[in-house]
Design a protein around this ligand. Structure first.
Ligand SMILES: CC(C)(COP(=O)(O)OP(=O)(O)OC[C@H]1O[C@@H](n2cnc3c(N)ncnc32)[C@H](O)[C@@H]1OP(=O)(O)O)[C@@H](O)C(=O)NCCC(=O)NCCS
Length: 156
């Protein structure tokens, strides 16, 4: 979908983001949490727009000074497998690099093969398993992407 535009979120986008969230997750984040993410970290929250309609979003927060966490990425079911999530993630990585972030971390359900393939295609690497991380007892896979090589003094 070459004509997809990726831009930072705006307050008026919330209704459509909630729709996409509900269509994408059985344990969807509530509207209030998505609004908080938009307010807390607007530069880490991007939307994909096609023909004036929001079709996907990605959200992240910078947790410590140089580490960001991916909170959520979702594309409306009608628009999947066209490279939209990849575009959103690639733009996010670019934004985070510009903000001097060294590493991006995420957790993903072990069964979410689509998301795991997406993250691997962007260079994320599996790091560890968090047993029974989700409420329904499923394990999480922790993945990370280094944006800069670790400095020699990092672990001193
Ligand atoms: C995961 C998700 C965001 C992918 O969105 P998308 O726009 O369809 O993904 P893309 O088209 O950009 O796919 C990029 C790559 O990811 C992988 N991928 C994406 N969907 C896949 C699927 N259903 N099966 C296997 N691989 C998949 C592929 O490697 C794909 O590249 P390819 O199409 O060249 O093979 C989307 O399926 C979704 O919203 N799922 C529900 C929410 C979710 O699970 N989010 C992730 C956890 S926070």
């Amino acid at each position: 979908m070459p004509s997809v535009e990726v831009r930072p979120v705006r307050a008026e986008d919330i209704g459509r983001i909630v729709e996409i969230e509900k269509a994408s997750f059985k344990d969807a984040y509530p509207r209030s949490l998505l609004e908080n993410l938009m307010t807390l970290s607007p530069e880490g929250f991007l939307v994909a727009v096609w023909e004036g309609r929001i079709i996907g979003y990605v959200s992240s927060i910078v947790e410590r000074r140089h580490t960001a966490r991916l909170v959520s990425v979702a594309v409306h079911p009608h628009y999947r497998r066209r490279g939209v999530a990849w575009r959103l993630m690639a733009e996010l990585v670019k934004t985070l690099k510009n903000k001097d972030v060294d590493e991006v971390l995420l957790e993903v359900r072990e069964s979410n093969k689509a998301a795991i393939r997406l993250y691997k295609s962007l260079g994320f690497q599996p790091r560890k398993i968090l047993q029974k991380y989700y409420e329904d007892g499923e394990n999480a896979l922790v993945m990370s992407l280094r944006l800069k090589p670790p400095s020699a003094t990092e672990n001193l």
